[in-house]
Design a protein around this ligand. Structure first.
Ligand code: NAD
Ligand code: MG
Length: 402
């Protein structure tokens, strides 16, 4: 390790929950990592502070006006940082030759093109941006294979699954001897909320996750259980498994992060405190183990681990995602696009919580599923689904404000 040059890393979405946790781990290993580029959407304050601390070569703001302000703000405090703007610059810094690792931690479809670029340039792709894989799994996995990229999942469940896979297993292939995988789900803040009360829950309640401190979009996804639905599709692509081999179980403590069942009846699980620095360190250090900063697990203090079946009636998003994975083609891209629109509308108080799955079902029923073999088809399906989602929102606008 001592004679190795520090590896270059780009962190897409550096100012978010995953980005901040990634920089925390990176700061513990200056001999291993050199920050080449940091990116954000509009959060100038956080990116400026990160630039001063890590002195990257590039700082990218997706929003051009924010980029101008960042440049002024940095001034003499980070003279060597080159500030770039716009979505093309996000793609550029994901593919730079001096970059070995790309943390793909932009939320939503906005992360697709830079995440895909990292795969196309054969990087170590540390994938938190599950929406990118849900939208374009076939293309993404093909890009990983064709360019010898190393795809390492950051999602705690998928990272746990990878850790429980057979020796020398790499993502994108069928794991030998595996009969099923089980994703654990905390159940989110409304795990025990009766159906009659779900209609009136607020964005603040939905974003108050019991175990994890995350961005607002994934927090709402956890509350609807669409997060688990997206993760089913993500797992399908990562581990090349059909819907019949993927299970979901509720586990409110978020200590057991997922499990792999083998044909002989053995079940392997990965456990740890709910701290995203654990999967981030696993992927950054892989195949070695590196310090993450997480507290050791005190299982005696936790005392009990509980498991139960999810309630698909109160949380229809999970079933909708399984349907989309079974349908294949552009169905997951359509599901993801409508979900993004509906979640944003819920956060903007334009849509009731229980209308999120209704919007998705409404658009899915009206959409033709196509083969998702080209990026153009995927992006067109995404755009069309967003239009239809807006039509749905307009059609129920008389109910808004309740
Ligand atoms: P977040 O909202 O905290 O951060 C999102 C980041 O993306 C920010 O840096 C933001 O500036 C950037 N961003 C947002 N919109 C953008 C745009 N249009 N263009 C460019 N950049 C943009 O989100 P998060 O919780 O860190 O989640 C990031 C991704 O990781 C999501 O896909 C989420 O599903 C996944 N993930 C997060 C967690 C977690 O614990 N937070 C766990 C598993 C997976
Ligand atoms: Mg997860």
């Amino acid at each position: 390790m001592q004679d190795r040059q520090p590896a270059g890393i780009t962190i897409l979405g550096a100012t978010g929950s995953i980005g901040v946790n990634t920089l925390d781990v990176v700061s513990r290993h200056p001999e291993r990592f050199r920050v080449v580029a940091l990116t954000a959407h509009t959060d100038i304050d956080t990116l400026a502070a990160q630039c001063r601390q890590f002195q990257p070569q590039y700082a990218v703001m997706a929003d051009p006006a924010a980029a101008e302000q960042l440049e002024q703000r940095l001034g003499a405090t980070a003279p060597d940082v080159q500030v770039l703007a716009g979505s093309a610059a996000l793609v550029e810094v994901a593919g730079l030759p001096e970059v070995d690792y790309v943390m793909a931690a932009i939320v939503g479809a906005a992360g697709l093109l830079p995440s895909l670029e990292a795969a196309r340039k054969g990087k170590h792709v540390l994938l938190a941006n599950k929406e990118a894989l849900v939208m374009s799994g076939a293309l993404f996995m093909q890009a990983v294979r064709d360019n010898n990229a190393v795809l390492l999942p950051i999602d705690s469940e998928h990272n746990a699954l990878l850790q429980c896979m057979p020796d020398r297993y790499t993502t994108g292939s069928v794991p030998p001897g595996v009969s099923s995988i089980t994703l654990t789900a905390s159940g989110g803040p409304f795990r025990e909320t009766p159906a009659s009360k779900l209609m009136s829950v607020t964005p603040e309640q939905a974003c108050a996750h019991p175990n994890w401190d995350m961005g607002r979009k994934i927090s709402v996804d956890s509350a609807t259980m669409m997060n688990k639905g997206l993760e089913v599709i993500e797992a399908g692509w990562l581990f090349d498994l059909p819907a019949a081999s993927i299970r979901v179980v509720l586990h409110p403590q978020s200590i057991l992060h997922s499990m792999v069942e083998y044909t002989d009846g053995s079940v392997l699980a990965q456990l740890g405190n709910p701290d995203m620095r654990i999967p981030i360190s696993h992927a950054l250090g892989w195949p070695e183990r590196i310090v993450s900063g997480a507290e050791p697990l005190d299982i005696a203090a936790i005392g009990q681990l509980q498991f139960s079946a999810p309630d698909l009636e109160r949380f229809p998003c999970l079933g909708l995602a399984f349907d989309a994975w079974r349908a294949g083609g552009t169905a997951p891209a359509i599901l993801n696009a409508v979900n993004e629109v509906a979640v944003q509308a819920f956060l903007d108080r334009q849509l009731a919580f229980t209308d999120i799955p209704r919007a998705i079902a409404w658009v899915m029923e009206r959409s033709d599923v196509q083969d998702a073999g080209s990026l153009d088809t995927v992006l067109a399906a995404d755009a069309r689904a967003r239009e239809r989602a807006s039509e749905y929102l307009a059609s129920i606008s008389h109910r808004v404000g309740t």
